[in-house]
Write a protein that binds this ligand. Structure first.
Ligand code: VGL
Ligand code: ZN
Length: 197
């Protein structure tokens, strides 16, 4: 069985959102249509508390998109986004959510960001998704959503490291593309054996 993992299709990553990804809303009908082909659909939701350490506003004299040294490594500082309980953190209104058998929330630890659906950015604290998939004997995952070069790529790399057969459907993703981050992410995914289609 293959699980379709739909990464962070939330208002804040769509046009007019706090961390808008260009064309982020265009993929919503395509993702909805794709769900019919999978027996398992998992949705993820970026879900930060107010004052999260990945927000530039939580650091004195730091601008959005600058990089900060965190105890777990370098971390891009973002505009405030996907704050728990806000409109921006909700799924895009047109996203089909009824088909989902699991919704994974991540990024709720105030001190650690979590791009990946599997591990927080310290690369060791699990979200629980791996345990869920293992119990259901699911060994193949197809990833779509936002953003290709951050949460989709980190999820794909972790999934490959955990031994899953991983496919990323690029036409059902959109990227932030910060300083060539899309090209780097694609190279890293390819090197890790992720199937990019
Ligand atoms: C994301 C930056 C910060 C993403 C989440 O979903 O790709 N990017 N938080
Ligand atoms: Zn985030």
């Amino acid at each position: 069985m293959t699980s379709l993992i739909v990464i962070d299709v939330q208002n804040d990553f769509c046009p007019n959102g706090a961390l808008a990804v260009s064309g982020g809303d265009e993929i919503v009908p395509l993702i909805n249509a794709r769900m019919d082909k999978f027996k398992s659909v998992v949705l993820t939701q970026d879900w930060h508390p107010q004052g999260h350490s990945s927000f530039a506003s939580s650091h004195a004299d730091q601008d959005p998109y600058s990089v900060s040294d965190m105890p777990y490594g370098p971390q891009v500082l973002w505009p405030d986004h996907c704050v728990q309980g806000t409109k921006g953190a909700e799924f895009h209104a047109a996203l089909e959510t009824t088909r989902a058998d699991l919704i994974v929330r991540k990024g709720y630890n105030p001190q650690i960001d979590s791009y990946s659906a599997f591990f927080e950015n310290d690369k060791t604290t699990p979200t629980g998704l791996h345990g869920y998939l293992q119990e259901r004997r699911i060994r193949e995952v197809t990833l779509v959503g936002l953003a290709t070069d951050f949460c989709v790529a980190y999820s794909a790399l972790d999934a490959a490291r955990l031994g899953y057969e991983v496919t990323v459907e690029q036409d059902l993703c959109r990227a932030i593309d910060l300083d060539g981050s899309l090209a780097t992410a694609c190279q890293n995914m390819q090197a890790a054996g992720v199937r990019l289609i």
